[in-house]
Design a binder for this molecule. Sequence first.
Ligand code: C2E
Ligand code: CA
Ligand code: CA
Length: 667
Amino acid sequence: MGPLRKFIGIGTRIAAGFVVMLVLMASLAVIGLRHISETNARLKGIVENNNVKTELANTMQNALRERALSMHVLSVMNDPFDRDIEVQRFNSMGAIYVNARQRLEELPLSKDEDEILSRIRVLTRQAQPEVQAVVDMAQTTNSSEEMFDRIRKFAIPRQREIADQVNVLIRLQQELTAQAVKSAEASYREVKELMFLLGTSALTIGLIITIFVSLRVSRQAKQLATQALYDPLTSLPNRNLLQDRLEQAIAQSRRNKHPFGIALMDLDRFKEVNDTLGHDVGDVLLTEVGLRLKQVVREEDTVARMGGDEFVVVLHSFSETDVSKFAEKILAVMEAPFIWNEQNIDLGVSIGFSLFPMHATDAGSLVRYADIAMYAAKRSDQGYALYTRDQELVQLSDLTLKGELREAIQMNRLTLHYQPIIDHLSNRIIGLEALARWEHPERGMLSPDTFIPIVEEAGLIGPFTEWLLRVSLNHLAELHEQGYRLTMAVNLSARSLHDLELPGMVASQLVESKMQAKYLTLEITESAVMSNLRDGLEILTTLDRMGITLAIDDFGTGYSSLTQLKQLPVDKIKIDKSFVMDMEKNENDAVIVRSTIELAHNLGLKVSAEGVETREAWDMLTLLGCDFSQGYYMGRPIPADRLFDWLAASSWSTGRAEPRPEAKVLG
Ligand code: C2E
Ligand code: CA
Ligand code: CA
């Protein structure tokens, strides 16, 4: 059942519940009111009727009492005139009595009432002669003695008999009224009970609806909250929750002063897998990636899915020194192949790191910087990268930079700086390394780390290398003309090893500059060779046959061993500056430098060290038997136009270790 249909179903049920409740309430009101008004009408009828009857019965009773009184009065009256008046009163009382009785008889009567009335009628008829006799006597005789006797013995008892019956009638009326009131009361009670019953059922239904609705709503709210915060596929926190966790991490880091970092990961070949094996397989893989990531992080760290094949880890108490260790851990778990249908799927991952508060102090920028670093990682061979401002320059304006760079190469606007390479045996400069520079009109001097990746991406590596060789070899030729028999080291990009026309191009540049091949050294990083052994080997072999010196650059940063490298026609290795710069402080690095020199020598390779920044490092390398060195201690990379001045002035230029007091300008 779709959620919408389900929702409509619930809505209908709730509406039905409310309708039932409303109907109950309405019927409650109607039934209750009708019942009450009926009871009221009935009661009114009964009470009005009984009131009239009681009233008439009372009138009869009063009239009888007045007549009895009149008879007594007549018996003691002497004045005939007074007697006449009293007789009149007596007769009028009789008339009132008769009138009341007749009216009573006209009213609707019950059987009991009818019987009582007929009894009264009979009694009245029987009493009539007796009463009349008394009245007649009162008018004719004076002897009250006899009359008094008659009244007492005959007239009064007769009258009393009638009065008794009237009393019975009155009591009957009273009883009937009491009964009516009682039944009305019962009826009211009934209505009250009915009302109560209906009211409570309406209330119960209302309550049930309320409980049901609120349970439903809270469950739906919870469901919505989960949907809003978690990725349904991997059950990992989604972008929203990540934002929240990042803000928490920032607050926490501000409190406890521990820096933290984020790692943004993007799968290298996910799109490929998704397109070829289908989305279902893609989903399975993403879930597996999520699980693997959770294995390597600590309990308190957050693994979130940003969407697509991007994951982010928030790493608590994390600083620059933790980057490589953590990256290696991730790379290791991701290296294990993903297996689907007995098929090994190799996904690969690129990781970008950014740090709080070193790079940014807000969540949005941290993610953005990690993203920039991730792209830099994709460009590099290392698989991971920590954010640097240069990466951003590359990324921010990749497109415009590409255009500008193409123009700069064409218009010869790139320049080369040269760093001296010193021989440990003679303490003399034996060569130069050409290092490219781009003086950007707006951005200022850009380092090769920034723009070489753009050169590669723009497909400009061919023309660039050609330019590089032409300019550096021309400068070298000039130096040779001036008497400086130096070598020139030129860096090759990893992409150049795919270019089978490279050896031909190098050859033609050598010819053009009239330089012998033995003065040219080409440097190539170990990872560049290893990642493209087939073409690389062919190109390097050709170059080697031409008599060019080949050097492995940045040695120690990759995973290859010297024995592997020995398979290549290389002559020289350059120990990466990161080991050299730290070897005085870091015993590990010192061991690496020492053993690299020994092993290389055993294999018949020359060793060069980079990043020599101090006298101590220089001396230590001399002791270790290192062949050549370059570094800020001996000389920084120098612009071409200042090179002659430096060569003329530097103590390294003549082979003396101490700087000379005056500069000697060479013609
Ligand atoms: P690399 O080939 O390892 O070059 C040495 C780098 O270390 C240079 O940085 C240099 O300025 C720096 N350096 C030299 N001595 C010291 C020192 O004592 N201490 C420190 N901290 N650094 C030192 P640069 O010029 O920024 O070049 C960076 C990288 O760019 C080079 O590393 C190289 O891989 C690449 N690159 C430079 N020029 C070219 C080029 O013309 N073509 C190609 N394909 N790559 C180049
Ligand atoms: Ca180099
Ligand atoms: Ca290097």
